[in-house]
Design a protein around this ligand. Structure first.
Ligand code: A2P
Length: 299
């Protein structure tokens, strides 16, 4: 059973530490995953306009039978929706697809360093949505310290959350410390290292879920490697959104509150960091860069 603790955001809103990720869950898969997650106790669901499954996520939420106010729903603004007016329109469209009248957390999906003015205009739209009470909290994804400093220097509201690629191979110690210093909760995307599977790797890497260090810790605790990794995120005070479309794995991934990792366990997992991200570089991000990465991956 998922009895995830709650994290308190900088505007006092409470967010479950563990949620369901649905990146690359298409069609009914997303709806069924959301229903399985909510049935097994998840209360945080993380989607995005760019995932093209907000309608399915909304259907899953509606079918779950759980009261809206018990759920914490996150969605994200995509780059082709950046700009003040465009962002407000995109938010309405996301709400319509989700079949909701508010979202709990609305995030900018990426910084656009080459046109940061558009990023700032979009953030001002999110601030407006917060003032109107149409979202309960606003935040960003993939922001570096520099992006955060520029944003915070030119806008009013400090992001509540910074969702970044974070897993034992890329544990983002500096970014976590920066976020904490600024009062921003760090949320881990691709927490199990699934992003290594999105694009061909120059050098093959042991899948995190099969890593012998993690496997040994899992064996010692009688847990799966995925549970050990999710627990590692939670013990670091992170919010974590493992993606799965399989009901058993969805339930198991969040069943991490009947054991604890020791300090040596945590240290051993921390030591797996190799400093290399699997996903895109936030300092280069824009739609052309993404197109180039996808073309390189044959997508
Ligand atoms: P599936 O949806 O078939 O379960 P990440 O969240 O790090 O991006 O990882 C997501 C990937 O990991 C997906 O491919 C998902 O596949 C797989 N996955 C999620 N949970 C588990 C698990 N407990 N064991 C093995 N694979 C998992």
């Amino acid at each position: 059973m998922n009895n995830s603790p709650l994290l308190t955001l900088n505007n006092k809103v409470k967010m479950p530490a563990i949620g369901l990720g649905v990146f690359r869950a298409a069609g009914d898969e997303a709806s069924l995953a959301v229903q399985a997650a909510i049935a097994s106790g998840y209360r945080l669901i993380d989607t995005a306009s760019a995932y093209q499954n907000e309608d399915q996520v909304g259907r899953g939420i509606a079918a779950s039978g759980v009261a809206r106010e018990e759920l914490f729903v996150t969605t994200k603004l995509w780059l082709n929706e950046y700009g003040y007016d465009a962002a407000l329109r995109a938010f309405d469209a996301s709400l319509g697809r989700l079949g909701l009248d508010y979202v709990d957390l609305y995030l900018l999906h990426w910084p656009v360093p080459g046109n940061f003015a558009a990023t700032l205009e979009s953030w001002r739209a999110l601030e407006n949505l917060l003032y109107q009470g149409r979202v309960r909290a606003i935040g960003v994804c993939n922001f570096t310290q520099t992006h955060l400093e520029v944003l915070m220097g030119r806008t009013e509201i400090v992001p509540a959350v910074n969702q970044v690629e974070l897993h034992p191979y890329f544990n983002q110690l500096d970014q976590r410390q920066t976020n904490a210093r600024l009062g921003i909760i760090t949320q881990s995307w691709s927490p199990l290292g699934g992003a290594y599977g999105y694009r061909p790797l120059e050098k093959p890497i042991t899948p995190l879920l099969e890593h012998p260090v993690i496997a040994a810790i899992a064996k010692a605790h009688g847990k799966t490697t995925a549970q050990v990794i999710v627990r590692w995120h939670v013990q670091h005070g992170l919010s974590v959104i493992p993606k799965s479309s399989n009901p058993e794995r969805i339930a198991a991934n969040a069943a991490v509150f009947d054991f604890a990792l020791s300090q040596p366990d945590m240290d051993a997992i921390d030591a797996l960091d190799n400093g290399n991200r699997a996903g895109p570089d936030p300092d280069l991000f824009d739609l052309d860069y993404l197109k180039m990465l996808n073309a390189r991956a044959g997508k």
